[in-house]
Design a protein around this ligand. Structure first.
Ligand code: NAD
Ligand code: GLY
Length: 365
């Protein structure tokens, strides 16, 4: 049973609209799944870390709605966000005779959510799926908006599809078991929404960063709700990233280079994004959008969230090479999300010489 009534944020996408439910103790409560399509079977896709914690509760909540509820445990980690692991989902669906109405439930962080979404988009050309995100990062970002993908050794999230879930259910109680490093990684994506979209939210995060790091329930609930509201507003205007949605990738061009340059899983995605935001802020300053004081303000907040602010030494040429393999690149030209003023972001190219200066400033010894 839910401890408190969930709050709801709607993501408005015409016939693909859905609700994000946010509350504590939701995933074991069958009532919250009443809007999800009924079918003969459901497959909970999770991983070896999350399954022992939450799969039984979700399974029993779904038991009254689906005759068969199976659980598939994937290996854990960003390094497994790949073809062989994706294939395990298809193997499980086919082996169990899943049909076009079978509903997939993604129970876990962004890795499980992105892979399950991609499997749902492509199994029999599309079956319904539900996101049950259990990391802060997944609750504030990856479970919302329908981006699904796996990594390629040459580039992050390069193989995927836009495919919206039927429901996102953010159970805040699951955050209690999250390791501190993962909580900080999620805070990177929370912080992101401030400089690109909402300066009031940035000020609120600054005031509550210690409460967030300390997992104070009311602070986490507000951070998840406001992040989901902003993401819903942005995605509602630009589902397929024709323009505006790209601002959600603030810090990600540098961040993805760090992740693939070091090898997936070495730095957490959120850690790379945190440091990437500091780098993108320096680039924004050089392009004239913000001043040094704002760069320092953002850097201080990223640091207080427990995130790295000094980038790993991959070599400038390697950074440039990796950043050219980015979905925003056009004709080999790297395009960055930069701040044109505090609270507003745009996509721009920058001269390689300027990017080298930023790398010289931000990369550690
Ligand atoms: P993750 O999925 O690897 O989860 C982090 C770790 O926490 C894992 O070891 C996981 O097993 C564990 N875990 C999950 N829930 C837990 C819980 N409640 N208690 C204890 N442990 C738990 O990482 P993430 O940070 O959630 O997601 C990162 C991924 O999300 C990246 O692959 C990134 O590319 C993707 N992403 C996608 C989007 C999108 O729009 N689709 C947006 C941002 C990030
Ligand atoms: N995380 C970026 C997006 O959803 O567009």
């Amino acid at each position: 049973m839910s401890l408190i009534a969930p709050e709801s944020v709607e993501i408005r996408l015409g016939e693909r609209s859905y609700q994000i439910l946010i509350g504590s103790g939701l995933l074991g409560d069958a009532r919250h799944f009443a809007t999800v399509p009924a079918a003969a079977s459901a497959l909970i896709v999770t991983n070896t870390t999350v399954a022992p914690l939450y799969a039984a509760a979700l399974r029993s909540a779904l038991a009254g709605r689906y005759r068969e509820v199976h659980v598939l445990e994937l290996p854990d980690g960003e390094a497994h966000k790949d073809w062989p692991t994706l294939n395990l989902i298809f193997d499980a669906l086919l082996a169990r005779g899943a049909d076009r109405k079978t509903v997939l439930f993604a129970l876990g962080g962004g890795v499980v959510g992105d892979m399950t979404g991609f499997a749902a988009a492509s199994y029999m050309r599309g079956v319904p799926f539900v996101q049950v995100p259990t990391t802060l990062l997944a609750q504030v970002d990856s479970s919302v908006g329908g981006k699904t993908a796996i990594n390629h050794p040459l580039g992050k999230n390069m193989i995927g599809a836009f495919y919206q879930p039927q429901l996102v259910l953010c159970d805040l109680a699951t955050l209690a078991t999250l390791p501190p490093r993962e909580l900080s990684a999620g805070l990177a994506e929370v912080i992101k929404y401030g400089p690109i979209y909402d300066m009031d939210f940035l000020a609120w995060i600054e005031d509550h960063i210690d409460a967030l790091v300390g997992r104070e329930p009311a602070a986490l609930a507000h951070a998840v709700r406001r992040s989901c509201e902003i993401k819903a507003e942005v995605v509602g205007q630009d589902e397929r990233e024709a323009g505006l949605r790209a601002i959600l990738n603030f810090g990600h061009t540098f961040g993805h280079a760090i992740e693939s340059g070091l090898g997936y899983g070495e730095w957490l995605h959120g850690e790379a994004v945190g440091c990437g935001m500091v780098m993108a802020a320096h680039l924004s300053q050089r392009l004239g959008g913000i001043d040094a004081a704002f760069v320092e303000r953002l850097t201080a907040l990223v640091r207080r969230a427990g995130l790295p602010v000094v980038a790993p030494a991959l070599g400038a040429e390697r950074y440039l090479e990796l950043m050219r393999i980015d979905k925003k690149s056009e004709a080999g030209e790297i395009r960055f999300v930069v701040l044109d003023r505090p609270g507003s972001a745009v996509v721009r190219s920058a001269p390689d010489a300027m990017v080298r200066e930023v790398l010289a400033q931000c990369v550690g010894a």
